[in-house]
Design a protein around this ligand. Structure first.
Ligand code: GTP
Ligand code: MG
Length: 193
């Protein structure tokens, strides 16, 4: 089946998608209360625990991006939390090396850790791009990741391969050691074949 390379960019990781978290409060108020209570009690007992609490919240919200692909019916085949160096970022965005914003783009991608992922499923390249939304967040439809969570083109939270061929190249670059082999028991309930 088709595969795509998806990366949560440094701003997506740092923001954790975001703001301890109005959406969580709206969509899952009990869970939000539980986290707040844990954070409050931990902070009272041991102030340094508050850091772990904040970290847990930010992981949860990276999970918010991941769950969009999971819920759709795609398979996670590889995932790494990592920093990349300058030459690696230049290689990943080599097609854009002539663009005036290239140096800034590279600096942005190396500015903090990223979450690198491979997702598999029918039409995952094109549909993945639709889930992500348009490059320029002001053109991205509400309901897409960039439409909901980004303002600037230079801080647009997430990357997705733009063709099957480029997906293959990016997967080979980011996951030279190969991918996980698995299929969900739910497969026949999501896919016809
Ligand atoms: P990726 O999924 O990250 O590859 O984005 P994309 O395929 O939607 O767009 P494209 O490949 O054309 O550009 C790659 C990235 O370069 C974008 O996601 C932006 O982060 C950045 N970028 C694109 N256009 C501009 C620009 O005009 N200015 C700046 N500063 N960055 C830009
Ligand atoms: Mg691109």
């Amino acid at each position: 089946m088709e595969q795509t390379f998806i990366m949560i960019k440094p701003d997506g990781v740092q923001r954790g998608l975001v703001n301890p978290n109005p959406r969580l409060c709206k969509e899952q108020p009990l869970r939000a209360c539980l986290y707040l209570a844990i954070g409050f009690v931990s902070g009272l007992l041991e102030p340094s625990l508050i850091i772990g609490f904040v970290f847990a919240i930010s992981l949860l919200q990276i999970g918010d991006i991941i769950s969009r692909f999971e819920k759709k019916g795609y398979y996670l085949k590889g995932m790494k939390f990592m920093n990349v160096d300058k030459s690696f970022a230049q290689q990943h965005y080599a097609d854009l090396s002539a663009q005036p914003f290239f140096a800034k783009l590279v600096d942005y991608i190396i500015s903090g850790p990223v979450v690198a992922m491979v997702w598999e499923g029918k039409d995952v390249v094109l549909t993945g791009r639709r889930i992500i939304g348009a490059t320029r967040p002001w053109e991205a439809a509400p309901g897409t990741i960039r439409g909901d969570h980004a303002v600037e083109v230079s801080r647009n939270v997430i990357h997705g391969s733009d063709s099957v061929e480029n997906g293959k190249k990016e997967i080979a670059l980011w996951f030279p050691g190969g991918l996980a082999e698995w299929k969900s028991n739910l497969h026949p309930w999501i896919y016809e074949n």
